[in-house]
Design a protein around this ligand. Structure first.
Ligand code: SIN
Ligand code: CO
Length: 380
């Protein structure tokens, strides 16, 4: 992607300017970010997704008549009959990770690839009847809220006080102090940085797509990386038992022998001395498929002449030394590395590009294809 080219999607800003001025800093309202946008997913298709066991969905119902709990939250899946009547006001259905299930929504998500893939979380689609919304709240992550159908009135504010109402089943701000208000039509979009207070209320039937960007927490990353390093330590240090033929008789029986502490230290050192170990563990973690994703092996024989493209559920990233795909890491260098990185960036390689790969690298691609991680272009 040319990051210096102005994009209609960003209201005429280039990705470079948007990232500098707005990302994690200040909101942006973009009128007709996608001119003439028509929601790729019909209401009925969204309801079908919400009925599936492996799709994460939630239903938020406003019950202002119940003063103590004016909000109700239910977790999916939802049979069609379990959803409130369309004419009933004040409810919202939220369906997570729709980009995993629908190629058109995935294509929409790909328009935001000026942000690193490692930051992208998912596209959540919400359907609301008149007056529906999830209440005034803040999110911890950056989000683009694309109006997909109908209208939604947004009120937003950059308040410092982010205390929540106690005892609610969802995050509702105790005190909401909106500073700006606007109505978004289909094709309009609002970017919000993390922790920016907002409240979107449907004006009639309304669908909103949230393209969300998760930022990993430091503690979470440390835990995930250390867990992988621990597994590596176990594999590498093996089952060798602590040998102490030189252990003398000990008068202080409870004292840990210094040699035993040294033995533990050198078992750890082996892993920590590997300069690539942390990078490898990080890439494997970042490309781990989401819990609801599984792959079925391809029924089609791999034909290198046809080229490949990534299956939309595949996550592929790279660093200077490795390529990561769906939680696995591979060392890559030279021409192979260049081509495989291009597969990660462009999400496809042509037959001619595959022909330039070394035999072992092409063998790897064939394995990934057979595992269902990639397809021939027309099957995507
Ligand atoms: C919605 O789509 O209803 C809510 C999205 C949000 O406020 O984050
Ligand atoms: Co929100």
């Amino acid at each position: 992607m040319n990051i210096d080219l102005p994009l209609t999607l960003l209201g005429g800003l280039s990705p470079a300017t948007f990232m500098k001025r707005h990302w994690q800093k200040k909101p942006l309202v973009i009128r007709q970010a996608i001119p003439g946008f028509s929601a790729p997913l019909e209401r009925a298709e969204l309801f079908d997704l919400a009925a599936q066991d492996d799709v994460q969905s939630r239903l938020v119902i406003q019950t202002p008549e119940v003063a103590a709990t004016p909000w109700r939250l239910k977790q999916g899946p939802f049979a069609r009959k379990a959803l409130p009547a369309l004419k009933k006001p004040g409810w919202t259905l939220l369906v997570q990770s729709v980009d995993l299930y629908d190629a058109r929504v995935r294509a929409l998500r790909d328009q935001f690839r000026f942000v690193p893939d490692a930051r992208l979380d998912d596209v959540m689609v919400s359907y609301a009847g008149d007056g529906g919304g999830v209440g005034p709240h803040f999110d911890s992550y950056d989000v683009f809220l694309l109006q997909a159908q109908g209208q939604r009135r947004w009120r937003i504010g950059r308040q410092k006080n982010l205390d929540l109402q106690p005892g609610m089943p969802l995050k509702i701000l105790a005190q909401f102090e909106p500073e700006q208000e606007f109505v978004l039509d289909a094709g309009d979009m609002l970017y919000l940085p993390p922790r920016y207070a907002h409240d979107g209320v449907a004006l009639g039937e309304c669908m909103t797509y949230s393209i969300g960007f998760r930022a990993p927490a430091a503690g979470e990353l440390a835990q995930e990386v250390l867990q992988r390093l621990a597994e590596q330590a176990r594999d590498e240090a093996g089952d060798a038992l602590y040998p102490d033929p030189g252990q003398g008789a000990q008068s202080q029986a409870a004292r840990i022998p210094a040699a035993l502490a040294q033995f533990a230290q050198s078992a750890m050192d082996k892993v920590l001395r590997d300069p690539l170990a942390i990078q490898r563990a990080l890439g494997e973690y970042l490309t781990e498929p989401k819990a609801q994703v599984w792959f079925e092996s391809s029924p089609v024989e791999f034909d290198a002449n046809q080229g490949v493209c990534l299956d939309r559920r595949t996550t592929m990233l790279y660093d200077d030394a490795h390529v990561f795909i769906n939680g696995e890491s591979f060392l890559a260098s030279g021409r192979d590395a260049g081509l495989i990185r291009s597969l990660a960036d462009e999400q496809a390689l042509s037959g001619a590009q595959l022909a330039r790969l070394s035999q072992p690298a092409r063998g790897l691609i064939a394995e990934w294809f057979q595992a269902g991680w990639m397809n021939h272009p027309l099957e995507k």
